[in-house]
Design a protein around this ligand. Structure first.
Ligand SMILES: NC(=O)c1ccc[n+]([C@@H]2O[C@H](COP(=O)([O-])OP(=O)(O)OC[C@H]3O[C@@H](n4cnc5c(N)ncnc54)[C@H](OP(=O)(O)O)[C@@H]3O)[C@@H](O)[C@H]2O)c1
Length: 332
C-alpha cells in the first residue's frame, strides 16, 4: 500500500481520498491542513486515524507517507510541489499543474534531479477508458474536419462571489477563472486528440476580480479548427462533437465522459459508457497507483508521456491567457 499524504481538505481532496482508497493502491496516513480541527474532521469523514500537520515543513520532514496529493488553490501548487520533490516524495498535483511554462520547467528540472520519484498532474478524465476510446476511434473518422467542445457549469462558489466574498477560484491571487479550471479539461482533450495547435486564441469575458468567467477558445490546426466554450457562471447541456466526413464522435460532456457515440447518417454505436455512480477520480487513482507501485522503466515511460502532455497543455493555457490578457497576481 502506498502511504498517502494530502494537502488541502476541500471537496476534491475528499473525492480523491475515497477514490485512492477504493483503488486498493493507497492508504491515507497524513493530512496537511491550515487548521487542526479541519484536519481532524477530514480524517473522521474518511474513517481513518492518521497524523495531522499544520506546518508544511514539518509535514514533509516528519510525515509518514511516500506520495502526496496536492489539492490546494491553483497558485499554491508550484511551491508545494517543489517542497514535495525536495522532500523525495512522489507527487500528484491537481490540475492545473502550475500556472505558467516557467514554473512548469522549474519543477520539471527539479524532478530530473530526483529521478527515483514520480510526478503527475491529476487531470482526471485523461485517465478514463472513455477518453482512450475517443483517441482510439479518431482514426476511423478519416480526415478530421473540426471539433466543438463545450464545458460550462455554474460554479457552486459563484453565489458567494456575487455576495461580495472572494472564493479562491474567482480570484487572480489564487490563479482562478474558467480557463484555469474547466478549460484545463478541454485543452487536455485538444492536445491529446489533435496535438499542439498552430495558433490559440481566447475571447474571454472577465469578472471585475480580474479572472475570466466564461469565454470562447479557437485552436487552429493546419487543416481544421477546434472551438471550445467554457464558463463558470452558466450551465450548458450541449454535447461535444468531433467531425470526420460522414461520421461524428458525440460526447455527452468532453470533460466528464459518461457516454461516447460514433454517429453516422445511417447508424450510431456507443463506444464508451461510464456509470454515473462511479467516483469520477477512481480511474486516475488506479492509473497513478499502478505506475507508483510498478516503478519499472515501462511505468516511468508512461509517467513521462503524461508529463509531456501536461507540458503542452500548460503552454497552450499560457498562450490563451496571453492572448486574452489574463495575468495573475504572482506574475505581476
Ligand atoms: N479534478 C477535479 O475534478 C477537480 C475538481 C475541483 C477542484 N480541482 C482542483 O483542486 C484544487 C483545489 O480546488 P478547491 O476547489 O478544492 O479549492 P479551495 O476550496 O479553494 O481550497 C482547497 C483547500 O486548500 C486549502 N486552502 C484554501 N485556501 C487556502 C489558502 N488561502 N492558503 C492555503 N491553503 C488554502 C483548504 O484546506 P485547509 O483548510 O485544510 O488548509 C481548502 O480546503 C484546484 O487546483 C482545482 O483546480 C479539481
Amino acid at each position: 500500500m502506498i502511504k498517502l499524504g494530502i494537502i488541502g481538505t476541500g471537496g476534491i481532496a475528499q473525492l480523491f481520498v475515497d477514490a485512492a482508497q477504493k483503488s486498493d493502491y493507497f492508504k491515507l496516513t497524513t493530512v496537511y491542513s491550515r487548521h487542526e480541527e479541519t484536519g481532524q474532521a477530514f480524517l473522521k469523514e474518511n474513517n481513518v486515524s492518521g497524523d495531522i500537520y499544520t506546518d508544511l515543513e514539518r509535514f514533509f520532514a516528519e510525515g509518514d507517507f511516500s506520495a502526496v496529493y496536492i489539492a490546494s488553490p491553483n497558485s499554491l501548487h508550484f511551491a508545494q510541489a517543489k517542497a514535495a520533490i525536495l522532500a523525495d516524495k512522489d507527487v500528484i498535483v491537481e490540475k492545473p499543474f502550475v500556472i505558467n511554462p516557467t514554473q512548469w520547467q522549474l519543477l520539471y528540472d527539479l524532478h530530473q534531479k530526483h529521478p527515483d520519484y514520480l510526478i503527475f498532474e491529476a487531470a482526471r478524465h485523461f485517465h478514463e477508458e472513455a477518453f482512450k476510446a475517443v483517441s482510439e476511434t479518431l482514426p476511423s473518422l478519416g480526415k478530421i474536419q473540426g471539433a466543438n467542445l463545450t464545458y460550462m457549469k455554474y460554479s457552486s462558489k459563484y453565489d458567494s462571489y456575487l455576495d461580495g466574498k472572494k472564493p479562491n477560484i474567482f480570484t487572480s491571487k489564487f490563479a482562478g477563472g474558467a480557463l484555469q479550471d474547466l478549460g484545463v479539461y478541454m485543452i487536455y482533450d485538444a492536445i491529446a486528440w489533435f496535438g499542439k495547435p498552430k495558433e490559440a486564441c481566447y475571447h474571454a469575458r472577465m469578472l471585475p476580480s480580474g479572472v475570466d468567467k466564461m469565454g470562447t477558445i479557437l485552436l487552429t490546426y493546419p487543416d481544421f479548427d477546434v472551438t471550445i466554450h467554457i464558463g463558470k457562471t452558466s450551465n450548458s447541456y450541449l454535447p461535444s462533437e468531433i467531425y470526420g466526413g460522414q461520421e461524428t464522435i458525440v460526447m455527452d460532456n468532453a470533460a466528464d465522459l459518461h457516454e461516447v457515440k460514433l454517429v453516422g447518417p445511417k447508424a450510431e454505436m456507443v463506444i464508451a459508457k461510464r456509470s454515473a455512480a462511479e467516483n469520477p477520480l477512481l480511474q486516475e487513482a488506479q492509473a497513478f497507483g499502478k505506475v507508483l507501485e510498478t516503478r519499472d522503466q515501462k511505468a516511468r515511460q508512461v509517467a513521462e508521456k503524461w508529463l509531456e502532455t501536461s507540458r503542452l497543455v500548460n503552454e497552450t493555457l499560457y498562450a490563451l491567457r496571453q492572448d486574452s490578457g489574463i495575468v495573475f497576481d504572482d506574475e505581476k
